[in-house]
Design a protein around this ligand. Structure first.
Ligand SMILES: Cc1ncc(C[n+]2csc(CCOP(=O)(O)OP(=O)(O)O)c2C)c(N)n1
Ligand SMILES: [Mg+2]
Length: 372
């Protein structure tokens, strides 16, 4: 595997060129189902935001294969330090859609009790999905430190951290990769190169031949992989995870893909992404690519897509009903999970705030005046 030559497994005709896929039909269909559920989740969140029912979302269309391929190489005991775009990794490992939507609505059942932004998930079960860090690149050193702790404890787990092409320009990228290699931390760096960091294209981000090649300077392997190919990402990730588990240290994987939508619900990509680029990558849609592969194995036809799409639609509708129907967190939860013993001065401030809320009532949506 190389840092400047794209690793591909699924050929344009759906064949795999003699490659040993090493997955059962059920496992392959689980990947496919997760691609469709991820797209359904993304699509619904966009609609919820556009209709004013949630405040914010981050599109995921186009990058699903990277997430599913990467997640499929992990064990449930491994730790993920993900980016805000990683819906597919959580869904692959069985996080219920409702739990993710509780965060999108910031309701009382949200694991962060409404104190994080939407798409800033955190889960302990069924996989360790560490709370998203909004400041770009800051979670890379977190993953390196956690992985180093796993090594010191003699655990056979690994930490995987996922970030974007823009993340490679952060200080966290440099210090994270440097220390990981020096300490031989069992960590995998997954750079999802979707070619844009909001409106900044890769040409404005780096003069390197690839992002993966940066690994060489830190003293670790770098692998460039086709991010729209579930099986290629899985192959690169399996090798990197295996290396980390054996105590051989970190790997940097660059998954080359494309964000087939805006950065977030707050921008308009038609203002800066060339039309031709959208058209070119529409043809490389990762879901269609995997369908071609499944069809060649006689595991796919239009009916299979319809069945899984219907299932995903029913699942997301139910989850939306649940999450939207769940009340907001009570103001008394502001210190929950923050302190073991709430310090006296904080308790005093809290009591004053609770008292004010009891007298003045709750804030209403869009009411910027509360409590003044
Ligand atoms: C330190 C810091 N600077 C700027 C931002 C604003 N910001 C949010 S997302 C983003 C782009 C990140 O791009 P990339 O790393 O390629 O990830 P992508 O969104 O494409 O998945 C920026 C600049 C931030 N969150 N943190
Ligand atoms: Mg990007």
């Amino acid at each position: 595997m190389a840092a400047t030559q794209l690793l591909t497994v699924i050929e344009p005709d759906g064949g795999v060129n003699g490659h040993d896929v090493g997955m059962t039909n059920d496992e392959l269909l689980h990947c496919y189902r997760t691609l469709l559920r991820t797209r359904a989740f993304d699509d619904t969140c966009m609609k919820l935001q556009r209709s004013g029912r949630i405040g914010f979302s981050i599109p995921n269309k186009g990058v699903e294969a990277t997430q599913v391929g990467a997640a499929s190489a992990l064990q449930k005991t491994d730790w993920l330090f993900p980016s805000y775009r990683d819906f597919g990794m959580a869904l692959y490992h069985g996080v219920p859609m409702a739990d993710m939507l509780h965060n999108m609505f910031g309701n009382a059942l949200d694991s962060a009790k409404g104190r994080q932004m939407p798409v800033h998930f955190s889960f302990v079960e069924p996989i360790k999905f560490v709370s998203i860090s909004s400041p770009i690149g800051t979670h890379l050193p977190q993953a390196v430190g956690a992985a180093y702790a796993m090594k010191l404890r003699g655990e056979k787990t690994v930490a995987v951290t996922s970030f974007g092409d823009g993340g490679t320009s952060s200080l966290g990228f440099h210090s994270g990769l440097n220390f990981a290699a020096v300490w031989k931390s069992p960590v995998v760096f997954l750079c999802q190169n979707n070619q844009w960091a909001i409106s900044c294209p890769s040409s404005g981000q780096t003069a390197s031949e690839s992002y993966a090649i940066k690994a060489k300077a830190y003293g670790m392997p770098g692998v460039l992989v086709d991010g729209n190919d579930v099986l290629a990402v899985r192959k690169a990730m399996l090798e990197a995870v295996d290396r980390a588990r054996k105590g051989l240290g970190p790997t940097l994987i660059e998954a080359f893909t494309f964000r087939m939508a805006g950065h977030s619900t707050s921008d308009d990509p038609t203002r800066y992404v060339p039309k031709e680029q959208f058209a070119e990558w529409e043809k490389k849609d990762p879901v269609l690519r995997f369908e071609k592969f499944l069809a060649k194995k006689k595991l796919w036809n239009e009916d299979v897509r319809a069945k899984y799409t219907d299932e995903a639609t029913a699942e997301i509708h139910l989850a939306v009903q649940l999450a939207e129907g769940t009340p907001r967190p009570g103001i008394e939860t502001i210190f929950s999970d923050v302190y073991r013993d709430v310090p006296a001065h904080i308790r005093k401030q809290g009591e004053a705030a609770f008292d004010l809320a009891a007298r003045k009532g709750d804030a209403s949506a869009g009411d910027g005046k509360f409590p003044l």
